[in-house]
Design a protein around this ligand. Structure first.
Ligand SMILES: Nc1ncnc2c1ncn2[C@@H]1O[C@H](COP(=O)(O)OP(=O)(O)O)[C@@H](O)[C@H]1O
Ligand SMILES: [Mg+2]
Length: 268
């Protein structure tokens, strides 16, 4: 297979370089007569943790699925690792898929597989590795996400909510991606569990040079872990920038979104 994505080139220590790893340009997505996204633009920089927020039902998951090529779009261009995803042949597409990890919003673990086997699912799909090596690699991921080694042999229904999320993150990291997409990874966790998970995400981004695209409605995590925040509202990204940028943003939609209780939270 032609290696079209050199992942290591994108696994950078910080986002200072401002290299665009993901670009969504003028994206329009409709379902029947419902327009969910309309001329949406967004750039994500290599090495950053981007928090993606917006009201429930505004299209956050739809955008994610569109970026991953799982959703039809009616207009616009998605580029990953500098390549327009519509201009890829099958091998190039596979190389890009292998450089990305995903934790879907309702993406549970396979209940009939233990944690180790769950983490190995992407390895089995894309790689041809001896079992012993796959086991070693999966154990490494388990350690990386802060699970105890014995968690490897547990089945999903034997794990706490927080452990399930960590195991799912380990599966998303299975192929050493350059970018991971996390769709509301801390929903359903208690605040301490959520804060621990956010902290882990930050650490992984720093140590692995991993780019993180995290859909969240947890405003607390935005301050502690995100380099930048993008706000989806009224079918577009209204603003993408630091928390300080949010506070001075004059877009009326953004102002009203951060008003009231949320505004108090965001002003600390
Ligand atoms: N496959 C689909 N078919 C029809 N409508 C969809 C589909 N997927 C999402 N939608 C609609 O798109 C809108 C945005 O959904 P979603 O992206 O899941 O919101 P959220 O921001 O909460 O993640 C919702 O109105 C949803 O009903
Ligand atoms: Mg969603």
């Amino acid at each position: 297979m032609t290696e079209t994505v050199d992942k290591t080139e994108w696994q950078v220590g910080d986002a200072e370089e401002r290299r665009v790893i993901l670009s969504a340009e003028d994206i329009t997505v409709r379902f029947g007569t419902q327009t969910v996204l309309d001329g949406l633009d967004l750039d994500v920089y290599a090495g950053e943790v981007l928090g993606f927020i917006g009201p429930s039902g505004s299209g956050k998951s739809v955008l994610l699925r569109t970026v991953l090529g799982l959703n039809r779009k009616q207009g616009g261009t998605i580029s990953l690792f500098g390549q327009n995803i519509e201009e890829l042949d099958e091998d190039e597409r596979t190389a890009i898929d292998m450089a990305m990890g995903v934790l879907f919003q309702h993406g549970a673990l396979f209940s009939s597989l233990n944690v180790l086997e769950n983490i190995q699912v992407p390895m089995r799909e894309y790689l041809d590795l001896p079992k012993k090596l796959m086991n070693e690699l999966a154990m490494l991921k388990i350690e990386m996400v802060g699970l105890p080694p014995e968690a490897a042999w547990k089945f999903p229904d034997e794990l706490s909510g927080g452990m399930v999320k960590r195991a799912a993150l380990a599966r998303a990291l299975s192929l050493d991606p350059a970018i991971v997409f996390l769709d509301e990874p801390t929903s359903g966790l208690d605040p301490i569990g959520a804060a621990d998970f956010d902290e882990l995400v930050r650490q992984l981004s720093d140590t692995l040079g991993l780019t993180v695209y995290m859909v969240t409605h947890d405003l607390d995590s935005l301050f502690s872990v995100c380099d930048r925040i993008a706000v989806l509202g009224d079918k577009k990204v209204r603003v993408a920038g630091t928390i300080e940028d949010m506070l001075v943003c004059e877009d009326p939609w953004v102002q009203s979104y951060f008003n009231g209780k949320r505004a108090r939270q965001i002003k600390r």
